[in-house]
Structure formats: C-alpha cells, structure tokens
Design a protein. Structure first.
Length: 124
C-alpha cells in the first residue's frame, strides 16, 4: 500500500523532486498558491526566479522529506532508485522522462511527438 503524501500549504518551502520546465531537480522554492478540489495543484516560486504552476504534490518534497531522502531513510529514495543511494534517486527521478505539462502526462506528450514525426515522414 502506498503511503499518502501530506498536502502543502501556502508559504511552505519545498524542493523540486523532478526536473520541471526551467527548474532543475532539487531547486528550492516557496508555495505561492494552492488550488483544486479533488486534484490539488501547487504554484511555486523557485529560487532561480521561475514561477511554475499546476505542479502535482508528487513532484515536490518538503525540506524534512528531502533530508530523509538524503539520509536514505525514506521510502521515496528506495522506491525511485531500486535501493540505490539518495543521490541516485534524485538522478533517477530526473531521468525518468518528460514531465507533465499543464496536467498532461509526459508519456502522452512523448507519444504525440513520435506520432507527428511518423506523420511527417510519411508525408515526405
């Protein structure tokens, strides 16, 4: 059974768990807005100046979660890397594939890109 992740509140300091548009993995940020009813999304102002919205909670981690992950004592680190070190877990998250954009999963974005390439190749 998967552990539930506690929701974030406005003003809370977080780190990017995965690479986001314009935001490298591990970048510090502050939650500036929380929205949604059944699917809670977050707007975060990151330290590198990027403001990113519609971020799912699974792509963000609080400072205590980050510290547990570095220490290797969190399920997040072992699940993401198959038991590797916490640094490897962060790298595995970054290399997992394209992130979602505006709520569209990265796998669907990738499928669309490949389909467009196939269509363009057929059209010549």
């Amino acid at each position: 059974m998967a552990a539930t992740i506690a929701p974030l509140s406005e003003g809370e300091t977080v780190r990017a768990k995965v690479a986001l548009r314009g935001v490298p993995v591990g970048t510090l940020g502050k939650v500036i807005h929380v929205q949604g009813l059944s699917w809670i999304r977050y707007w975060v102002w990151f330290d590198n100046g990027e403001r990113v919205g519609t971020i799912d909670r699974a792509k963000l981690m609080t400072i205590p979660e980050f510290e547990r992950r570095l220490a290797g004592g969190d399920d997040l680190s072992t699940a993401a890397s198959g038991g590797a070190t916490a640094a490897g877990a962060v790298a595995a998250d970054a290399a997992a594939g394209p992130e979602s954009v505006n709520g569209v999963p990265g796998i669907l974005i990738e499928r669309s890109r490949l389909a467009r390439e196939r269509w363009a190749a057929k059209k010549g």
